[in-house]
Structures are given as C-alpha cells and as structure tokens.
Design a protein around this ligand. Sequence first.
Ligand code: GLC
Length: 785
Amino acid sequence: MFGKTIRFILEENKVIFNFENGQGWIEIINPWIINVFSPLKYDNHYSRAIEGVSAEKCNFEVNETDKFIEIKTEQVSVRVSDNFYVDFYDKNGEPICLDYKGDREPFVRRGNVSIAEAEGHRVETNADSHKIEVVKKMFGDENFYGFGDKTGHLNKRNYSYEMWNTDDPSPHVESYKSLYKSIPFFVTLNKGKAFGIFFDNTFKTYFDMGKENSDYYYFGAEDGNLDYYFIAGPDFKDVIGRYTYLTGKTPMPQLWTLGYHQCRWSYAPEGRLKEVAKAFRDNDIPCDALYLDIDYMDGFRVFTWDKERFPNPKETLTKLREEGFKVVTIIDPGVKKDKGYSIYEEGLKNNYFATDKDGVPYVNAVWPGDSLYPDFSEARVREWWSDNQKIMMEDGVAGIWNDMNEPASFNGPLPDDVQFGNDGRPTDHREVHNVYGHLMSKSSYEGIKKHTEKRPFVITRACYAGTQKYSTVWTGDNQSLWEHLRMSVPMLLNLGLSGLSFAGTDVGGFGFDCTGELLSRWIQVGCFSPLFRNHSSIHTRDQEPWAFDKQTLDINKKYIKLRYKLLPYLYDLMWQGERTGLPVMRPLVLHYSQDEQTYNINDEFLFGENILVAPVVEQGKSFKAVYLPEGEWIDFWTGQTHKGKDTILKNAPLDTCPIYIKAGSIIPSYPEQKYIGEKVIDELTLNIYPGKSEYIHYEDDGESFDYKKGKYNLYKFTMENNKNITIGLNFLNEGYSKKYKNFRFIINNVKARQICFNGESINFNISNGSTEFVLKAEEGKLNII
Ligand code: GLC
C-alpha cells in the first residue's frame, strides 16, 4: 500500500518516512515503547486513552542499509522497509515481532452459507481486508493475552475478536466477537518472552490471532489512523507496567469500595432497601454498599428520585450511612425526551445531545422510552454531566453506576452517521461509539471528585483503554450458569492484564435463576475479585446470601468475612497497582512466564503474588486438580506444605475453595468488621509463612487525596529464614498520623522456643502448631528461635 521508501528525516524522537503512496513515522516514546503511525485520517495522534504522556528524551541511532532503515534504542531495534513494513528486534538482534510480507490466505471453508443460514445458524465468513491492516508473522509458539472482556479462555491464540462495545444479553458464549468493552491491547508471549501491542484506534477494530491462518496474526480497523505502540518486555510484568504507563494506572480507591456490595434490579421502594440492610446485620454478614437500580428514578429520568418510592432520599441514605452502608445509584446516559424535565430541557437548549446528520437531536429508545444521547465527546457536555453528579452527591449518594453506555439502544443500533462534536473535530458515531462509555465515566469521575473531594467511586459497563483511571468495571449481564462462573475467571484475568484491575462480575449471575450451590462457589471467586458485588436481574429468584438455605448462608458468610480479613492485603495490592500497573487478580503466567504449564490455566489465579486461588467452577464437584508453580505452597486451610511444579488433588467440599500461600509470605489482615470503619484498627495482624521475603504495607485515611501529598505510612518487613527466622521492621514513610499501636504476629507452622525483639525477650503462645505474639509497632529486629 505505501510503496517504495523515497526519503526519511529525523525530527526530535521521530523518524518520518515519505513513501510513494503516503507518509508514516516511527516515534521513540522511550527505549521500550515505539509508536508506529501513519496520518491516514488526522495529521497527528488523537488519543482518548493516552493523556499527558509524551516522548522522553533518550538515545537512539538511525542507520540506513540497502534494505531497511534501522532505528536502535538501548532496548530494541526497529527496521523499516518499503511498504512501511516494520520489524522489531531485541537488543541482541533476535527478531521479536515482524511484519508478515505475504498476502493473507484464509484457511479453506467449503459449502453454501445460505443453506445453513436458512436454519438460523450464524455462519462465520472470512473477514474482508480492512482499510487499515497490520499483519504480523507467527513464529509458532505465540500465546496471546489481554483484549479486555472477551469471552472464552485465557489464551486467545487461534481466535478472532472485534472491538465494538456491545450490549448483547443473550448468554455470553465463547464465540462472541465482542462485549461491552474495547481494549485494543494484547500481550504476545513467545517462549517466555513477552511484548505488547496497543492499537490506539477507536473505530471498530479487528484482531485475528492466527484463526484465519496460523502463519500470521493481524489487527485492523475500519477507519482512523494507523497508530499502534510496540511495547517491549521481555518480562510479562514489565509489558503491563509499560502499557499502563501509557494509558494510566488504577488509582487508589476508597477503602469501603473493597468491601462487599449487594445489588439487585431493583431494591425499591425504600422499605425493601432498609429490609436488605437489616438482613445483613441480623445475619452477621459484612456489607458496605447497597445499590439502587433504575427503579429509584422518577420514570427513569436520570438525576431524579421517584418521590413515592423514595420520599426522603437524603434522610434514608443518612440513616443507612450511620449503619455502615453506602448507597450507589445507577445513572444511564439516555435522557428522557420529556418537555419540562430539566435535564432534557437544559441539554436541548445548549445543544448537548448527539444529532442526526441534519443537526436534529438524535432520538432512540432506552428505559424511559424516547431518549437522547449526551455528546460526551465534547468537553462542555462532560462538564455539564460532571456538575449533575452534585445532585446525587448532595442526597448522600456514595458512588455512581454508569450503565447502558455502549451506548445501548432499543430501537436498533445508532446509525453510523449520528453526529458528535468530538472536542472540535466533528465526527460520527463510528469513531465515538467505543469511547462513549469511557468519556461518560471520566465525566462522572471528575464531577464526583469536584463535589466530594474524595476518591470517586464510579462503576461502568462500557469502556475503552485507559478507563481504569476513572472507573471500576463489571462484566455486564452474565447469567446464573456454571459456564459463566467458569468463564468469569479468564475474563477477569484478561481485564486485569488490559489495565482494568478494579473489576468484578455479577456474583451469582445476573440473568436466570441462581442455586445455592452456584452462589456458594461464585462467592469463592468473588471474595478475591477486587470488585465484590452480588447482582441479579428483575424477576429472577432472590439471590442475597440468605436467600437459599443455611449452608449457602454459612458459606457466603465465611467468604465475605475472609474478604474483610484480607482487606489490608488487598489495599496493599491496589497501592502497588497504582505504581506498577499490575492487577490484583493475576494469571499464573504473569509471574511464571518461563513455565509453559501456566500458559493455559483458566481456573486458577494469583491474588497478588502470594496467594494462589483454585476455585471449583463445576457443579457437583468436590475436589480440584491444582497446579502449583515452582516454590513451596502452604494450604491455607490445613497448613500442609506442597512442593511446587506439580499438580495436586485437593479435596474441596462445597465450603472449601482451595487456597495456597507461597512460602516466604507476609500477609497482613484485619479483625472481622460488619463494615469498613466499624472499628478503629490499631492492631495489624501479620500472618507469616516463613521464607525469604520483603513486604511493604501501606496505610492511609482510606478516602481522601491526602495520600498524594505524602500523608500515608509505609511499613517494610524483611524476612530471612535460615537457622532462625529474623524479621526486620522499618518505617519507610510516616506521613499519616493514625498509626498502628501494635502488630500481632502469627508465625504459621512454627513452634518457637524463644523470641526476641531488639534484644528483649517477648512472651508468646503456641496454638495449632503456630506461634502468636503481639509487639508494639516500632522499628527493630525480631528473632524467632
Ligand atoms: C442492564 C445492566 C444491569 C441492570 C439493568 C437494569 O441490563 O447491565 O446490571 O440491572 O440494566 O438497569
């Protein structure tokens, strides 16, 4: 397409090429991140994902040979040849990622499509070529991860996907090409070496990962610029760190958002909401958040209350808050077309809505019937929407749930030619569709931040790359099916690898009727999902923890309580995530990428680096084959130690989720609480699993942005386990005034004979083969003999 290279010039970090049929450039963002660009639509980047990142000053060389022009950073070399072929090599000259120079050649399909379609089959056809297309050579051992919320398995090799935010509530199955989110990013792992590609294009994009032909994989787009980032590894974790350097990291959430959330379509009228709140306390089940779905509104008009169902929302929400419950309300984008309704009137008056090609506000239908779509691609509309958050915040709402923002529409899809202002570059729906939810949640985030000055809690269904900076996500309308529980694990893992660490599924399943057994198993995955929310659809059977039998209630209680104990560990993971971009839920392959056994594990995951969770995701099953990677792993329930690089069989009756702790772990925990903040926590428990390790624990006020000004504490623990166990305690930062008074140590599987702290001997107890003692929270050195 581009033809022969005519000349190239160097401009700061860019090498700009003129080809016979167009222009392209290579830009060095830093030694690991290289941008490949051609201005096919706009003359420069127009990114909704990358904000405030620009090319860094760094050393690189440009050399011309007969066949190519080579651009070499300290980490990678890029060879550019005719046709704007771009090949990446590592610093030793080994090929990492090469353009495929032949023509696409789909595997053979035979027969008549229409005969199959006559019976209603959805028939796959070979994809046409796309306006923009980059075809890469397959070496043969590639595994692919990422892509956001795609269905199916963890490893995306041999499958194809599309990025087009889609609300399709029929049961999500493996053959779905797209769901609610568009994250055009993937990691390739080839023999233990990883690199990433981020294709920053918001039009409909296509990814074929060796399905069409196993000699190549490709990505393409319907329109827009050719604009992708090659992200070098070779370490898998570094690729995620670099991708989130570009698109942003999940910021620290308020601590309560990591508690248990209960949702339902719908808790209304308010008596039902209060009843649910009371049932949590009566049943002694911790809970921090209750949700109001669409029925709290007056005729589904956003930013209003149904005055009959919720006569005094402020008072109700204040009372609930006193009992430890935060209330999150749904806000959809669709604004009811309704004379006299202030949001509609304001929107109309100020031209805040997307229009048809003649400039008339575009109408489709969602819950309220005829509705209009705010044009979130315009800053002035985002500001208006931001300000509207105040209406909810003033009534005591603690967080905003943005749904239906693909955007969904009940009268057929939005036509391609619906018009959007696009911050000064007017465009149509084709370009805005995939970022509509992203821009809506950004605007919600900014509004909540402005009006509360706390870390905003926004939860969104649709998103694009980079939404992690503004919102948590859930995986939309799953169903109460075992297959959906099974699929939730790889889906959450791939979301995490795609930057969206703060994610969860509707625990128990949204559509269809749940069973006690399914909820019992789902809660065991939910316990380790950063967003831990049970939600179900209108008219399905009740699905709260107590809605089934005593056994289900007890199992729910056990895992929700375990979650509350693990909160400081989870909060530490969020803190690490804000620095490193690493997700909370991680596939084993992220940490053990040299071990091929981990490449396709769909039903186990790491919760941080130290806890391995192997949930049972099949009905009626009471055991589980668990693969433990290298090292030693301690059974969380029995204390038994297992050597890794082996598969073990674990008995897992319904109340048991197999959990293993890595030897050499320090896991902080809190006492049980009914809700976050119920107790003043001045004693931190440290669960020690002896081995060599270092652990940093983070503490702050759990809600404000003061941590950005240094108001936080960091406690560093350094453990050695030679003849004796020694643990060093150091305070790395002491910016937050409410510090722990004590540390309670539990040294698992160790019967100590003597313990000294800074040379002084300490009293201790031994129970169940472990040693327990309390220390004043001071710096020093602990010796356990
Ligand atoms: C959509 C959402 C679901 C919500 C329902 C009603 O289906 O995905 O979570 O309960 O709309 O608002």
